[in-house]
Design a protein around this ligand. Structure first.
Ligand code: ADE
Ligand code: ZN
Length: 350
């Protein structure tokens, strides 16, 4: 058992930034910065309904999940060629490396692109090539998770899966995202059963805006291994006990929750309460280009606004490694590095 020594509060932000961590909840289309949207629009001859980067950024004032999704899907419309998908993913992965992300499990939304006539191979090949380069050139391991859009039909999800299966070796699992309320997990029971039979990892967004019943259904009907967001679980003590008992990780995204008005302030966020209840909570950036911060900003802003300290920093980094789908040997190496970083902070001060 690793002993965590508290570091002085003034050193905590530096520790949060330096500690090795994984990112398990990042939508690659949500890492598309306004500058890259404009550059790709120009490269591909696409007209945007915004005159400038500043004007686009000013539109990033959201009241709930749907108000964000409308702008997020519009932003993704500049992605046409394999190189566009590569450039987007490479930009994220270099940014993640700077935040000491050692491993990223990256969501992508193929239906957003195939519906516009972009081929599945174009999307997957571009993203996968960036993942391969990230390992070789940045030392960051990266894997892809294909997300089904839950506002679309079960039939559409099945067709998307069929299109993706020839590329089965280029993604490790499937997820479920987009507008949650009114699109319960049960709608995708058969698609997830098929993915499970194929040996894919399973995750789903649940309990972001939707009720605890959606988290129960993600667990019991879809049989997911992690819950994305899941913050509404705190409303249901029996669900909290289940998540803790089964060590089902929650991929929590504090700045996303703030920007989409799930919590009124970061100080009011329930991340600390989830950890106190024994849940395997992790911190993630969701859609960093839209929510004002990559992974380290999520950590430092949340810790600055709450009473979280060194113990919670360690728990969150450790949870992120434990809850990843990476091989055990990689997890052991990252844990070793995590312990070295925590010890180096203690040795400097005492
Ligand atoms: N797609 C991108 N970000 C999302 C989020 N936070 N919730 C649901 N779908 C999303
Ligand atoms: Zn998300």
């Amino acid at each position: 058992m690793f002993k965590v020594h508290p570091v002085p509060p003034g050193r905590l932000p530096a520790l949060l930034r330096a500690m090795p961590k994984t990112e398990l909840h990042i939508h690659i289309e949500g890492s598309l910065e306004p500058e890259l949207i404009f550059a790709l629009a120009q490269r591909n001859g696409i007209a945007l309904p915004y005159a400038s980067v500043e004007e686009l950024r000013q539109a990033y004032a959201f009241t709930n999940l749907q108000s964000f999704l409308d702008i997020y899907y519009a932003g993704a419309s500049v992605l046409i060629h394999e190189q566009d998908f590569y450039d987007m993913a490479w930009a994220y992965l270099t940014r993640a490396a700077a935040d000491h992300v050692v491993h990223a499990e990256i969501f992508f939304d193929p239906q957003t692109h195939t519906a516009r006539g972009v081929a599945m191979e174009t999307v997957v090949h571009g993203l996968h090539r960036a993942c391969v380069d990230a390992k070789a050139k940045l030392g960051v391991s990266a894997a892809l998770i294909l997300c089904f859009l839950r506002h679309l039909s079960e039939q559409d999800a099945f067709e998307t899966l069929e299109q993706a299966l020839p590329l089965r070796d280029k993604f490790i699992g499937v997820g479920l995202d987009s507008g949650e309320v009114g699109n319960p997990p049960e709608k995708f029971a058969r698609v997830f059963a098929r993915c499970r039979a194929l040996g894919l990892h399973l995750v789903a967004h649940a309990g972001e805006e939707g009720p605890p019943a959606y988290v129960w259904a993600a667990l019991d009907v879809l049989k997911v291994e992690r819950i994305d967001h899941g913050v509404q679980s705190a409303k249901d003590p029996a669900l909290m006990a289940r998540l803790a008992h089964d060590r089902i990780a929650l991929t929590v995204c504090p700045l996303s929750n703030l920007k989409l008005c799930v919590f009124p302030t970061l100080a009011a966020h329930n991340l600390g309460a989830l950890l106190d209840a024994g849940l395997v909570a992790t911190v993630n950036s969701d859609d960093p280009a839209y929510f004002g911060g990559y992974l380290n900003e999520n950590f430092t802003q949340t810790f600055a606004a709450t009473h979280l300290g060194t113990q919670q920093a360690y728990a969150l980094a450790r949870n992120s490694i434990d809850a990843s789908f990476a091989p055990d040997a990689d997890k052991q190496a990252w844990l070793h590095r995590l312990h070295e970083v925590f010890e180096s902070f203690v040795e400097h001060d005492y």
